[in-house]
Design a protein around this ligand. Structure first.
Ligand code: CP
Length: 312
């Protein structure tokens, strides 16, 4: 495989291979304290047309742990503000000799276009394209769920995972629904009807409109940020009413089974979809998701442009 654009391009075995490689790279680098020479002399460009904290920093760190040269491009402050097109930016990066481009863009399909338009020879990783997909976040989440709930198993058969909130605007939700179900998990989406995509009935998940009724069934719950910046209308009466119906607070978290974990891809709106008490509580694995993001991004880069060398 040359590019990582969508989890729907990954077979179950591809996903397991990335997760196993992430775990193995973490082991051989002693938790990241040792650098691997795999990408020495290769150039990774982080091309970010949208803001990011976790994804941009972890791709940078992952590339450096593999000894790559890393260039970070932020659309703000670049010639994009003067009207430069995606194609001309791509041709500029090609002329500079990029081996891999990690792209975040507000338009669904931008990563696919960069990979397949014939402008570049580089590998492309989708770091989030509008409402479409965020494959490395879903891989980070799968690695986190595996570490906590299935440390010795190959896949997620028997697990029920809830994804709660603004599914309509969430690329993380879409990538997770397809990836977690491909690993055998039962995925339940919990959302007000206004925040569900059309034709969700064709996605590999079930739908619930009641968080309270669903909580006792869940082994893991992923809370989604309400993405006000992608909303151009009123999707719920008020933040307070949204929070009352779909927010995870201490009382609701107490209805989860004892072993259940709480995830959030970040950034969080504390007090809206999740209270600070739950986000910082004992069930929360939110900082593990960030740490695992670094591991799966190393694995993706390693497998796409580092070659299948023996890391043992
Ligand atoms: N989860 C995620 O994509 O976070 P950032 O927007 O901070 O990268």
């Amino acid at each position: 495989m040359k590019h990582l654009i969508s989890v729907q391009d990954l077979s179950r075995n591809d996903t397991l291979h990335i997760l196993d490689t992430a775990r193995e790279l973490d082991r051989v680098t002693n938790g990241g304290s040792k650098l691997l020479p795999t990408l020495r002399g290769r150039t990774v460009v982080n091309l970010f047309y949208e803001d990011s904290t976790r994804t941009r920093l972890s791709f940078e760190r992952a590339a450096k742990r593999l000894s790559a040269d890393v260039v970070t491009f932020s659309a703000k402050g670049s010639s994009v503000s003067k009207g430069e097109s995606l194609k001309d930016t791509a041709l500029t990066l090609k002329a500079m000799g990029a081996d891999m481009i990690v792209v975040r863009h507000p338009s669904p399909g931008a990563a696919h276009r960069l990979a397949h338009a014939g402008w570049l020879e580089s590998s492309v990783i989708n770091a989030g394209d509008g409402k479409h997909e965020h494959p490395t976040q879903a891989l980070a989440d799968a690695l986190t769920i595996r570490a906590h709930l299935r440390p010795d198993a190959v896949d997620f058969d028997g697990l029920t995972i809830g994804i709660v909130g603004d599914v309509l605007h969430s690329r993380v939700a879409r990538s997770n629904i397809f990836l977690l179900s491909s690993l055998g998990a039962k995925v339940v989406v919990v959302s007000p009807p206004t925040l569900l995509p059309v034709k969700i009935e064709n996605w590999p998940c079930t739908v619930s409109y009641s968080l309270d009724a669903t909580l006792p069934e869940l082994d893991a719950i992923m809370m989604l940020r309400v993405q006000q910046e992608r909303m151009n209308g009123t999707f719920f009466p008020s933040e307070l009413e949204y929070s009352r119906a779909f927010g995870l607070n201490r009382a609701r978290a107490a209805s989860l089974p004892d072993h259940a974990i709480v995830l959030h891809p970040g950034p969080m709106n504390r007090g809206v979809e999740i209270t600070a008490e739950v986000a910082d509580g004992i069930r929360s694995v939110i900082t593990d998701q960030v740490a695992n993001g670094l591991k799966v991004r190393m694995a993706a880069m390693y497998l796409l442009i580092g070659g299948e060398v023996n890391v043992a």
